[in-house]
Ligand binder design. Sequence first.
Ligand SMILES: O=P(O)(O)OC[C@H]1O[C@H](O[C@H]2O[C@H](CO)[C@@H](O)[C@H](O)[C@H]2O)[C@H](O)[C@@H](O)[C@@H]1O
Length: 266
Amino acid sequence: MTILIEPDTASRPDEIASPGSEIALFLDFDGTLVEIAPSPEDVHLDRRVAPALMALRAQLGGALALVSGRPIGFLDGVLAPHRFDIAGLHGAQIRVDGEIRSQADTHEGMHGALRDLVRFANSHVGIIVEDKRISIALHWRLAPSLEAEALALMRSIAVKLGPGMRLQEGKAVAELVPAGASKGSAIAWLMATPVYAGRIPVFIGDDITDEDGFEAVNAMGGVSVRIGADRESHATCRLASPTALRHILLEAAEGGHLTASSFKQD
Ligand SMILES: O=P(O)(O)OC[C@H]1O[C@H](O[C@H]2O[C@H](CO)[C@@H](O)[C@H](O)[C@H]2O)[C@H](O)[C@@H](O)[C@@H]1O
């Protein structure tokens, strides 16, 4: 069961009034703020990015959140000592202003699923199991020839788990995710809270899991930005790489002003 707490309607102390053209910024992590790496632990965040995000967060009156498949705890570690609003695990957990406001339960079948996946990984070189408790990811980036087998296993486990869990495919990965969670619903949830409400949502991501986030911000009259151009997307804008995004964010943090147009490149 997903616990969904109504968005808090009370204002935050650091909140500023948002004129109608101000944006709310939602950022994916892997493939967006950091380059894709061989394995989940290998990612490297440029040391200038977290302080820049803090500056941008202040500039945007607090309306900046990470929206990621990673757990909140992992992102806190990478961004430390800075802390942000985060929708983690593809929206299965949401923290606003330091408080967990929404979190899915761990499905009772996840223990058995983990056991089966670890057994598969132990007998197949290059397969990585990422246990995120509420969610589990199976990675084959280091063993691309095992994609079909890994995907078939994840599909059969998802069927066994039933309607409470869904399969989320991504870059050389498949994940078991609580069925009610998505990046689109997490962004919509955040946009209903006072700090974000009334702003133009801008969501930047790179992967299939970001597509429903793109659709959600498009439906709200916002701007969707996809990193990379290797496949069709619902995003209305494109940036070439995490490096291109980093340049925009660092420059804006040093005295620029982020607007919806900041991410539209010719
Ligand atoms: O929503 P995101 O922030 O993009 O997270 C999606 C998943 O990203 C991670 O996996 C991906 O990045 C790894 C490191 O670059 C890469 O090795 C892997 O192949 C990619 O699929 C992360 O490990 C997952 O937990 C996230 O859900």
